[in-house]
Design a protein around this ligand. Structure first.
Ligand SMILES: NC(=O)c1ccc[n+]([C@@H]2O[C@H](COP(=O)([O-])OP(=O)(O)OC[C@H]3O[C@@H](n4cnc5c(N)ncnc54)[C@H](O)[C@@H]3O)[C@@H](O)[C@H]2O)c1
Length: 352
């Protein structure tokens, strides 16, 4: 375990829980340069805590795998050293800070036949896993991820800190190359972009709007999307899923548009909203709440990683998917920088 900070502590807890449950995992050691955190971790888990990766590797503990939960800007250095020592890795999101770093990690992993799973844990959110089998042809996404300001993860902007989760999910669901990105982002409380709004259009014609903020007064983590004859709403925090379907009594002009593949998302949104305002399904609409078995996404993510390590199968979230999410995040940063330039905001702006 590299990095026993705010989020690394959650990994430590889950590894220990899996160990205690007899699931074939042993938490052996950690790396943490901060002396107080290192002492706490050593005391709490009864494991050696090294101040550097080199010191860990010199101890020759016969490790198989590790989580990397150090600040994003250090992902590459730490992950590269662990890969070269032959360890499979769960690397917290984003996979790296730069594409060249992500490419280098992929190359090292391929060379050593090692697993690198980026920590896109929303893929293990039970609501997301429940919606995947129901996916048809998502054409319009609306994503909101708002959180209250905490002085953490300030080595990167809100796109690499928070929006990256939604970029990965939408890239997976849309399954089409990105055609165009338009973005605006502003620094509010930190020197980097704290709030961002992005419109992505895919080659398939699918469009996604993303809003992410780490300076909000409320917490929201929602994804809504529209596809022919279906509207889906996911609340990540509540692990809640709502599917509004359209049956045969859909008004003929809408049915014809759907049949022709010309789905007008605004029309579908209006229908769904009207049905919601009326307190239930309207004519031609049906509400479904598919069963979602609750679970801690991080625990499910780590269990999946352990399974990939054991079976040597490709992880559920691959390093190349982590690279794709990073590539889109960097394109968004470039679009935000161009917007800031056009708007005369360059002095306030420092890309992440
Ligand atoms: N999946 C999620 O939902 C989620 C949530 C929060 C953070 N994260 C990710 O986890 C990572 C860590 O974030 P955090 O909020 O825990 O940050 P943090 O600053 O609280 O913790 C990072 C820790 O890594 C240690 N560290 C720094 N350099 C190191 C090195 N070379 N080797 C070992 N340890 C080192 C620091 O001393 C610190 O204790 C980031 O990549 C972040 O994006 C993911």
């Amino acid at each position: 375990m590299a990095g026993a900070g705010a989020f690394g502590r959650n990994h430590l807890r889950v590894y220990r829980e899996l160990e205690a449950a007899g699931l074939g995992v042993a938490l052996v050691a950690a790396v943490e340069p901060d002396a107080a955190r290192a002492a706490d971790t050593a005391a709490k888990y009864g494991i050696p805590v090294f101040s550097t990766v080199d010191a860990l590797l010199a101890a020759d503990l016969k490790l198989n795998a590790a989580t990397v939960a150090v600040p994003t800007v250090h992902h590459h250095a730490v992950a590269a050293a662990l890969l070269d020592a032959g360890l499979d890795l769960l690397v917290e999101k984003p996979l790296a800070a730069k594409l060249s770093e992500a490419d280098d990690l992929i190359e090292r992993a391929d060379k050593g036949k090692l697993i690198v799973q980026p920590g896109h844990l929303e893929r293990f959110n039970p609501a997301v896993m429940a919606v995947e089998p129901q996916l048809r042809r998502p054409m319009f996404f609306e994503s909101h991820r708002l959180s209250i300001f905490t002085p953490r993860a300030l080595d990167v902007d809100v796109v690499l800190d928070l929006m990256i989760h939604d970029l990965d999910i939408v890239l997976t669901f849309a399954a089409s190359p990105v055609r165009e990105v338009r973005a605006v982002g502003l620094p509010i409380l930190s020197p980097m972009v704290d709030i961002a709004n992005v419109r992505v259009e895919f080659e398939s014609g699918c469009v996604a709007n993303f809003t992410a903020s780490r300076v909000s007064t409320e917490r929201v983590r929602k994804l809504r999307f529209f596809e022919p004859r279906q509207y889906v709403s996911i609340d990540y925090a509540r692990q809640d899923l709502l599917v509004i379907g359209m049956d045969g009594s859909v008004p003929p002009e809408i049915a014809a548009a759907i049949a022709a593949g010309k789905v007008d998302a605004a029309t579908l949104a209006k229908l769904a909203a009207a049905a919601g305002a009326a307190g239930g399904p309207g004519p031609g609409l049906s509400f479904k709440k598919p069963v979602v078995t609750p679970g801690e996404p991080l625990r499910l993510e780590i269990q999946s990683f352990v399974q990939a390590v054991r079976t040597r199968q490709e992880p559920r979230v691959t390093a190349r998917q982590g690279r794709a999410a990073l590539a889109l995040a960097l394109e968004i940063q470039a679009s935000m920088a161009a917007h800031a330039e056009r708007a005369g905001l360059k002095d306030f702006f420092k890309a992440g």
